[in-house]
Design a binder for this molecule. Structure first.
Ligand code: SF4
Ligand code: SF4
Length: 189
């Protein structure tokens, strides 16, 4: 399809754009599956980290689109378990983050992404304003923002909270760390 010259062809693929933006080389993945085996949300994902990387390695537009439309990319908690376990040091959270941004930019984001983004904002505001996570307030705020009560999508936020709880006391003690977290996380939704 692409009429780009040989040099630009690389950037026509999502893998190429990921590499350019994040420095992560998807060709390094040799499909050992260790990332997905340790991922706390892999069993909820339509495409696990490992599956998504495999699809992207093909560099085919239809596979790129399948990954962009995936629900799984929105469930990733950025916990870094995958990249810690990866023998090839593939930084999957960076890849997930880039793909989410691209999915939004191209209007291909999974319908549940809006709810998950609303939750992330409520979650981050809750920490930002109180320095503490008040789960009840958080869920109430989330419901206001998303304007409806959630059913299955609440699964993701629950895991999100669970995944982040260990991290929170540390972040709250370390306000600079918290500020950095906001800087990195906000402005993307
Ligand atoms: S652990 Fe690393 S090399 Fe193994 S499948 Fe996952 S990304 Fe690929
Ligand atoms: S960073 Fe995302 S993909 Fe990696 S283990 Fe955590 S939830 Fe799974």
């Amino acid at each position: 399809m692409s009429s780009g010259n040989h040099h630009d062809e690389h950037l026509d693929t999502l893998a190429g754009r990921i590499q350019k933006a994040t420095g992560v080389k998807l060709t390094h993945c040799y499909q050992c599956g260790k990332c997905a085996a340790g991922c706390p949300v892999a069993d909820q994902m339509d495409l696990t980290s490992c599956n998504a990387l495999r699809m992207l390695q093909y560099g085919l537009p239809e596979y790129d689109e399948r990954v962009l439309r995936s629900e799984g990319i929105w469930l990733c908690l950025a916990c870094e378990t995958c990249s810690t376990r990866c023998p090839q040091e593939v930084e999957i959270p960076k890849v997930m983050d880039f793909i989410r941004g691209e999915a939004l930019a191209k209007n291909l984001a999974h319908p549940k992404s809006a709810d998950i983004l609303a939750f992330h904002r409520a979650f981050l505001d809750s920490i930002e304003y109180t320095g503490r996570l008040y789960e009840v307030g958080l869920v109430a705020d989330y419901k206001v923002r998303s304007r409806h009560f959630l059913k299955d999508v609440m699964l993701a936020p629950k895991m999100y909270v669970k995944g982040k709880l260990d991290l929170l006391p540390h972040l709250i003690r370390n306000r600079r760390g918290m500020k950095n977290l906001f800087k990195q996380t906000m402005g993307k939704g």
